[in-house]
Design a protein around this ligand. Sequence first.
Ligand code: NAD
Length: 270
Amino acid sequence: MSYNLLKGKKGIIFGALDEKSIAWKTALRCHEEGAQIVLTNAPVALRMGEINKLAEAIQAPVIGADVTNMDDLKNLFEAAMQHFGGGIDFILHSVGMSLNVRKGKHYTDIDYAFNQKTLDISSMSLHRVLRTAWDLDALNEWGSVVTLTYIAAQRIFPDYNEMADAKALLESVTRSFGYHYGNRKNVRVNSISQSPTATTAGSGVKGFDGFIKYAEKMSPMGNASGEDCANYCVSMFSDLTRMVTMQNLFHDGGFSFTGVTQAVIEAMEK
Ligand SMILES: NC(=O)c1ccc[n+]([C@@H]2O[C@H](COP(=O)([O-])OP(=O)(O)OC[C@H]3O[C@@H](n4cnc5c(N)ncnc54)[C@H](O)[C@@H]3O)[C@@H](O)[C@H]2O)c1
C-alpha cells in the first residue's frame, strides 16, 4: 500500500546487490511511496548485473561508486544532482563488508591490514558519503540519512567478529556527523539497528542459521524482516520524523530490551 509519503523526494540508495538486500527492498518501497531514486554500488557488484533488474523496475539510473574512493563519490553526487535537476532529500547507506570474516580469521587473530579496509568500507564510508554531500552542499534542508547497523555494537556476539567494532564506529560517525549536519542544514542522520536478516552480507556471519533462529525466539515479536526494515526506512525519509536525529534506532521486534522469553526458557528445559 502506498501513502505517498515520499512524493517529490529524491534519494540515493547504496548497497542493492540482489533482491534479498535490504537496500533493494527499500528502493522498491521508496519508489512505491513516490520517490525518485539513483542506485549505486561498488563496480564489482555492478558487474553481477542483478541491479539492472531493480533499476528497470523503478526507472532509476545506476551509477557505480566504491565507497572508499572520494573521486567515485564526488562523481556519484554530481551525476545524481544533474539527474534530479537539484539537491538530494535522502540517502540510504546500506554497505558493509568484513575482510577478516571473509578470510575466516578469528577475532583474536585478525589481520590489521584487512581490518583497516573493513573499517573504511563499513564505517568511515558513512563519513566519506556525508563529507562529499557536505562539500557539494548536495543535501536539501530537512534531508534524512540512514545507515544500517547491528546490536553487536553494544553487546558481544562472538561470531560477528571485527564487524562489531566496525558497527560501533559507524554509530559514532552517525552521531558526530549528525550533530554538524543538523546544525548546518537540519539534516538528520540516524542508524537503524536491524534484526538478523537472510542476505548475502548477513549469511557471511558464521553460524548464521542458529543466530537468526535464536534472535527469533528471543524477540517478543520475532525478527523484523527486510521488508519491515524498508518500511522503517521510508518513515525515516518522510517528513513525519524530522526531529529524530543522531539516534541508534532498534528495529528488532523487541530483542534489544528482552532478558529472556518463554520460548527460550522452554527450549532450555527440553
Ligand atoms: N543482514 C543482516 O542480518 C543485517 C543485520 C543488521 C544490519 N545489517 C547491515 O545492513 C547493511 C546491508 O546489508 P545486507 O544485509 O542488505 O547485505 P548485502 O550483502 O545485500 O548488502 C551489502 C552491500 O554492501 C556493498 N558493498 C560492499 N563493499 C562496498 C564498497 N567498497 N563500495 C560500495 N558498496 C559496497 C555490497 O556490494 C552490497 O550491495 C550492511 O551494513 C549490514 O551490515 C545487516
